[in-house]
Design a binder for this molecule. Structure first.
Ligand code: SF4
Length: 367
């Protein structure tokens, strides 16, 4: 309760909103809208849930970026996962993946047809299952950003050290900084600052954003997910813009260190290598992914079961790509709400609990 009191305190929030308005007034003279991109699905959800977008002055715009791990996973990856399940492998996955549309169907549909697909709260579940069933093959769907890469590689480390022969992973890992780089170079977007993700930053460290802040001269402020913390982050960004300076600022230093989580980074370096990665709706971003090193091919489901992850098909009307790039807000997609909703999602941004379309559907429909 103390935590909630501190980070949801209405007096602190009111003070920060006043400060934000003061800084926004100074910037209003330029007649420019300040575009702040939040790069985390949890930020997107919290911003919608607590009505933070509506509390900000008109010249401050919060736009959502590609921060939902499920949303950026390509349909072709779902197709490959289904192929593995249909070959008789036992698939373990984080929950949101189960309803994300592949080219033809979802993993959930595949499960209803008799395939073995288990939603796991932790990748470690796969170890227990594989230990109890040595004659069966277990594959974990290894998706997500640096935050989820850490527990998955931790599981892999245990599997390799304990000599498991019936565990593998299908990788589609994504890295946040290369995606931010690509977004800053898109002339249509005009991003003035990044509200950097909390969990990812705990792994990669605050220093990871230095090259972006320096090269693009835009503030990169790390903030956590409670309303007061988001407002604090927005105010830090505005203070930097008003002062004409741009740097990395860590407003979540009770968790995020400059250097990040060195233990996790060592595990990444041990088992993974950089690769180009395909982001759903965005395309291939060079060196924006991590894949298993050659010497661990026995744990690579695509090699072990000779599966190729090919480009998938997306619904033509779905504009998840533009939503993920911050080019449109969900209600600008003609399918939003009537044809695409959480009960009948057309694109991944409506499926995931961290998806922008899902956040807008849940909290912003009247607006
Ligand atoms: S509303 Fe649905 S169809 Fe439109 S972009 Fe969002 S997820 Fe895709």
């Amino acid at each position: 309760m103390k935590y909630i009191d501190e980070y949801r305190n209405s007096d602190t929030a009111a003070f920060l909103i006043k400060e934000i308005r003061k800084n926004a007034d100074i910037l209003a003279d330029s007649g420019k809208i300040i575009n702040i991109m939040e790069v985390c699905g949890s930020h997107t959800m919290a911003i919608s849930r607590f009505g933070i977008r509506e509390l900000l002055p008109e010249n401050i715009s919060l736009i959502s970026g590609p921060g939902c791990p499920v949303c950026v996973t390509d349909a072709g990856y779902i197709d490959a996962s289904i192929e593995l399940a249909q070959k008789g492998c036992n698939i373990g996955t984080f929950g949101d993946m189960i309803n994300v549309p592949g080219s033809a169907k979802t993993l959930s549909k595949c499960r209803s047809e008799g395939c073995h697909i288990e939603v796991c709260y932790s990748p470690m579940t796969i170890l227990e299952n594989a230990r109890a069933n040595p004659d069966k093959e277990f594959i974990f769907l290894a998706i997500g950003f640096e935050t989820t890469i850490a527990p998955i590689v931790c599981m892999l480390d245990s599997a390799i050290k304990e000599g498991f022969k019936n565990i593998s992973i299908l990788t589609a890992f994504k890295l946040v900084p290369p995606a931010l780089n690509v977004l800053t170079s898109d002339p249509e977007l005009r991003i003035d600052a990044f509200l950097c993700p909390a969990h990812v930053s705990a792994i990669i460290g605050a220093d990871a954003y230095e090259p972006i802040a320096r090269k693009c001269n835009i503030p990169c402020v790390i903030a956590s997910f409670e309303p007061v913390e988001i407002l604090l982050g927005v105010n830090s960004i505005l203070k930097q813009i008003v002062s004409g300076k741009a740097f990395v600022e860590n407003d979540y230093d009770r968790v995020v260190k400059k250097e990040g989580n060195l233990k996790a980074q060592t595990l990444f370096r041990t088992y993974l290598k950089e690769c180009d990665a395909s982001w759903r709706g965005i395309g291939v971003i060079p060196k924006s992914g991590l894949d298993l090193k050659e010497e661990f091919a026995a744990y690579d489901a695509s090699k072990k079961f000779k599966i190729e992850v090919k480009p998938g098909k997306h619904d033509k009307g779905c504009r998840c790509g533009d939503v993920l790039k911050g080019k449109i807000k969900p209600p600008e997609c003609i399918l939003f709400s009537a044809k695409c909703n959480p009960l009948n999602p057309v694109g991944p941004c409506m499926v995931s609990s961290e998806g922008t379309c899902s956040a807008y559907y849940k909290y912003n429909r009247k607006n």
